[in-house]
Design a protein around this ligand. Structure first.
Ligand code: ADP
Ligand code: MG
Length: 280
């Protein structure tokens, strides 16, 4: 069976090829020897992990294999040897949405609309397949290029789960500031947790800071459970009521009353979103 190094050139010792680091992995730039295609390989050292972690990597591979969409980073190949897993993804060159928000401070409504629309279109592809991402946040949304209106792509299905038998408690997973009330309450949950994270992302896009925040994690979780956020003056005064209405519907505490992805795509605020025509 072909090994990663048979098919790809990658200098793991060159720090310049590191594209990013996550909690469990290092992502390097690599090149397909036969085609010349530049890719991003997520390398996971299995020497340091438990057997339950191996199952999680296998789950990430299985889920990524199910997803083929312009707004989702595509898994090209995967390999494993005695010490590492290698997940080879299409290379996305524009960096994290997180850094773009920091650079711009915040987005105007048009740019936020186009961005959120693409995230929702990609997420709909996941939800139609009963896949819950569980870790949507600006660090896991990549920009396809450095151009201003670059397409947005969802990445990092490392915490994603397949919902085979409807809502269930799939465990406490995600990133504190983006967690939904139902996860914090350790109740059964479903794809609606991703919609809540989208509400948090949309809020951040429009003002540059999160809706729920406290240095103390318990206090943060209490805010989320209570649905306690507001739109401080003056920065929110100029934001349209339609944008705030969509945020409110996405941040609705009760997941059964929260807007779904399919409904959100029809929300008036997203009505004239323009999606980049050439998505690579
Ligand atoms: P983890 O599960 O460890 O968080 P990610 O899949 O989120 O790993 O990857 C970590 C970081 O690596 C991302 O936030 C991003 O900066 C970078 N990265 C991941 N995939 C790609 C890609 N396909 N193209 C370019 N950079 C990527
Ligand atoms: Mg990540």
């Amino acid at each position: 069976m072909a090994q990663f190094t048979d098919v790809y050139d990658c200098d793991f010792n060159d720090k310049g090829t590191v594209l990013g680091k996550g909690a469990f992995s290092i992502v390097h730039r690599c090149v397909n020897k036969a085609t010349g295609e530049v890719c991003a390989v997520k390398v996971i050292n299995t020497a340091k992990v438990k057997s339950s972690d191996i199952a999680k990597i296998e789950r990430e591979i299985a889920i990524c294999t199910m997803l083929k969409h312009d707004h989702i980073v595509r898994l090209r190949n995967h390999y494993k040897d005695r010490t590492h897993y290698y997940l080879v993804f299409e290379y996305v060159s524009g960096g994290e949405l997180f850094d773009e928000i920091v650079t711009r401070s915040f987005y105007n409504e048009k740019d936020a609309r186009d961005c959120m629309y693409q995230i929702l279109v990609g997420l709909q592809h996941c939800h139609e397949r009963n896949i819950i991402h569980r870790d949507l946040k600006p660090e896991n949304l990549l920009l396809a290029s450095r151009e201003k209106d670059a397409p947005v792509k969802i990445t990092d299905f490392g915490l994603a789960v397949l919902m085979e038998n409807g809502p269930s408690y799939f465990g406490f997973a995600g990133t504190p500031g983006y967690l939904s009330p139902e996860v914090i309450k350790r109740q059964a949950y479903d794809t609606q947790v991703d919609v809540f994270a989208c509400g948090t992302i949309l809020y951040i896009l429009l003002c540059g800071y999160p809706p729920f925040w406290d240095d103390n994690q318990q206090a943060l979780y209490e805010q989320i459970k209570r649905g306690s956020y507001d739109y401080p003056s003056p920065e929110w005064d100029t934001v349209t009521p339609e944008a705030k209405d969509l945020i409110d519907r996405m941040l609705t505490t009760n997941p059964t009353r929260r807007i779904t992805v399919a409904e959100a795509l029809k929300h008036p605020w997203l009505a004239d979103a323009s999606v980049p025509s050439t998505v690579h």
